[in-house]
Design a binder for this molecule. Sequence first.
Ligand code: ADP
Length: 398
Amino acid sequence: MKILVLNCGSSSLKYQLIDMETETVITKGTYERIGMNNSFITIKQDEEKIRIEHPVKNHEKALKFVFEDILMGEKYGKINSLSEIDAIGHRIVHGGEKFSKAAIVTDEVIENIREVIPLAPLHNPAALLGIEACKSVVPNMPMVVVFDTAFHQTMPKESYMYPLPYDFYEKYKVRKYGFHGTSHRYVSQRVADILGKDIKDLKIITCHLGQGASICAIKDGKSVNTSMGLTPLGGIGMCARSGDLDPSVVTYLMENLKISSKEINDILNKQSGVLGISGVSADFRDVEAAKDEGNERAILAINMHNRIVAEYIARYMVSLQGLDVIVFTAGIGENQIRIRKGICDELKFLGVEIDDEKNNTRGEEIEISTQNSKIKVFVIPTDEEIMIARDTMNLIKK
Ligand code: ADP
């Protein structure tokens, strides 16, 4: 069985064709700058990276090119006919309260995704473009949607409610939803498998640290708390996002700088976090380099980041009533050796102990804590695509 996984952004389309027998990627690629006159696609297959300049007007044209000229194309083709692909799995950022698991695409499901656009104004419309493009280019292909929010629908009300007038929840669905659910689900299941334990017997905190970053507390295999909120801006400070603040900061700045909600949103989403504090970059590699040169704001940015992540871990031990294992994943979690070390050093008082030699690794599945550590610490590269493909396969098999 072959599943095509699609992840659509407003001007991008990422795909992976996965062989489900072996759970291996046959080919993958990213279309960028869709709708602009310099769109191009990068394909990765057979240990080769190929870039093709091919301007396209919209997602439908991009998808048509992917199917006809790449997947089934003469030069780069990996399949002979569409019938070799069993289904398409779409990544959807926001499923609101309607979706606690993946779903087969129907008109009603599309309508439900549309309804939560106000909660994900950048992401959900792009995903819908991808679904519509598939309906037009490959009309008979079964499709499944997998939501970033779904895994967190198991949070108890104590975790997901904000202390605001209750009406705002009932009328406007203002609550914490949480994101990166597919990633938190994958790495938590993977760590249980590596430990040879039933996930239900483990108390796990997963740290998805990428450009967007979130922490998740997992008990009985279920998310019981997570740091992102109504939108992916909440929780820990990130590469360029502020994370949680005293809400008065927002109104204070809007009033004093006389700026609109759009402008403050831009500041909080794109000019804050590690970038805002360091003034150097939103990429941790640059900020670490500046730290090594003694740049005080870079040092502060990294220290703040590590402190906040450690505080969230300690805080979520309340939700879990204990902790067996911490998992680091995503770009920073998988690759930034000193960030992992810095976070774990803040947790030494809990008996967390890192083996520096084991921690000296990038992008590898490995336990990095010492034998004596009271809490185990793992690095597990995330694989959201395989989860989407598995969910898709399981649903269409039914
Ligand atoms: P996204 O949320 O966009 O998927 P990523 O998970 O790729 O982001 O994380 C991006 C961040 O990960 C970068 O800012 C960088 O600090 C870090 N990163 C990614 N790859 C590496 C690497 N090979 N070495 C060190 N840091 C890396």
